[in-house]
Design a protein around this ligand. Structure first.
Ligand SMILES: [Mn+2]
Length: 429
């Protein structure tokens, strides 16, 4: 039932949903027969007395006031709705998808003539990178034969990545620098050219959610650090291209968003939430649970145990030294764990990988200085460093560490890292 003047567009939308009764005069509202699924009242007629009488006459029908600006007032029995705002948010979302459709056409154009496309991710492919690469292959309407998802690192070992690749039967390939020339075009996903330190050239597409770095030369780039995951960007592209996302791909993308944002808890924005909901309805949640259930190996817990028992906290920073290890991901997992400790503002986990590099993972509570900027300022000159506001990573050759601190004993390294971080976090804090 509509009472008073109502916007034509709004009226036509309601008419699509069922039978509508239009009433000009409020007096006519009280002698209608039937059960109304909704009563909409023009705000000009919405006096307190009128709404109360309406509610008495139709106790089971919800009442909505078509409001133009005013808020709900006390004692008024009705829900005030700005229908223009409801429509506006929907329209701007559709507009975003329509704009993304232009991007999709550009990406397809860039790779159109390539016989074989290489979709390259970073050297430690994580669920976000893997899922986004799969999504790009779908977006390009290609298959395993015409588009390879590859990376230059060593065989993946992080349990959740291994579980994802095995349980979902994903063809993720280790490739060499030599192999690259066998491809006709290349797309980087979840990573930017600078990551490869000039070793990778002739890049056609870059799609990433990390902060934009200089020297990002490609025919098509979509770099948007607002999104918490590249999977969010790819979900938008797939929707823009009106592709029905399969259960397998939805599961992969959902897992990518979940892991990169720590279940919407880190660096996530409304787009991530939107993509999350969209994918959640399409994903194979049973499969996802299976993938997510195995994230620790026995020998790893021993490593953690050792580092955790020897941790120390000073000035709100927790320090954890994993010592000499082979698996780099242990460092970032431990840094995440450090943030769970009460009173901790910063978490610093570090270890020496393959005896040659010191790797640090840093987390903060997000409300303090940017972790990415801090590491960049501290270590970019002697290694590679950077990342997001709340999480970042630095890799420094042991030869540089030796030059700086002399003997690279466990104690020396710990004292150096302790001093460097305490000084840096104290500045402009
Ligand atoms: Mn990512």
């Amino acid at each position: 039932m509509f009472i008073g003047e109502v916007d034509v567009l709004l009226m036509s939308l309601f008419k699509n949903r069922g039978q509508v009764i239009e009433l000009d005069s409020p007096d006519d509202a009280f002698n209608q027969k039937g059960v109304f699924t909704l009563i909409v009242v023009n705000s000009e007629l919405s006096s307190k007395e009128f709404l109360r009488s309406l509610a008495r006459s139709y106790p089971t029908s919800p009442i909505v006031v078509s409001a133009d600006g005013e808020q709900r007032k006390d004692g008024y029995i009705a829900r005030y709705v700005r229908f223009d705002e409801v429509a506006d948010s929907q329209i701007s979302f559709e507009e975003k998808l329509a704009r993304s459709d232009i991007s999709v056409r550009l990406i397809r154009e860039v790779h159109r003539d390539a016989k074989k496309v290489l979709i390259l991710v970073h050297n430690q492919p994580d669920p976000d990178a893997i899922a986004s690469a799969m999504a790009l292959r779908t977006l390009l309407r290609r298959n395993r034969k015409t588009a390879t998802i590859g990376y230059l690192g060593e065989k993946i070992s992080r349990p959740e990545n291994v579980a994802m690749v095995e349980l979902m039967n994903i063809d993720l390939q280790v490739i060499s620098h030599e192999d690259i020339k066998n491809f006709d075009s290349m797309a980087l996903v979840d990573v930017q050219p600078s990551y490869f330190r000039g070793e990778i050239t002739d890049i056609d597409t870059v799609i990433d959610h990390h902060p934009r770095t200089p020297e990002c030369d490609a025919k098509f780039t979509e770099i948007s650090s607002e999104e918490g995951a590249t999977a969010t960007i790819m979900t938008r592209f797939l929707r823009a291209a009106q592709i029905e996302i399969s259960a397998k791909l939805s599961t992969a993308l959902l897992y990518g968003i979940k892991t990169d944002t720590m279940i919407l808890n880190r660096g996530a924005d409304l787009d991530d939430l939107e993509a999350f909901t969209y994918l959640y309805n399409r994903a194979d949640l049973g499969l996802l649970r299976k993938i997510e259930s195995k994230t620790l190996y026995s020998e790893e817990i021993k490593c953690y145990g050792d580092a955790l028992s020897k941790h120390w906290i000073s000035d709100g920073i927790i320090f954890m030294n994993l010592g000499r290890i082979e698996k780099e991901y242990l460092i970032s997992q431990l840094a995440d764990m450090g943030m769970k400790v009460g009173g901790v503002e910063w978490s610093v986990a570090f270890g020496i990988i393959s005896g040659s590099h010191l790797v640090m993972s840093v987390r903060n509570s997000g409300s303090v200085k940017s972790a990415g900027r801090l590491l960049f300022e501290l270590f970019d000159e002697i290694g590679s460093a950077g990342g997001h506001r709340s999480y970042s990573r630095a890799v420094i050759p042991m030869s540089e560490v030796k030059q700086l601190i002399g003997k690279t004993s466990r104690k020396n390294i710990e004292q150096w890292i302790d001093r460097v971080f305490r000084t840096a976090t104290a500045q402009n804090a």
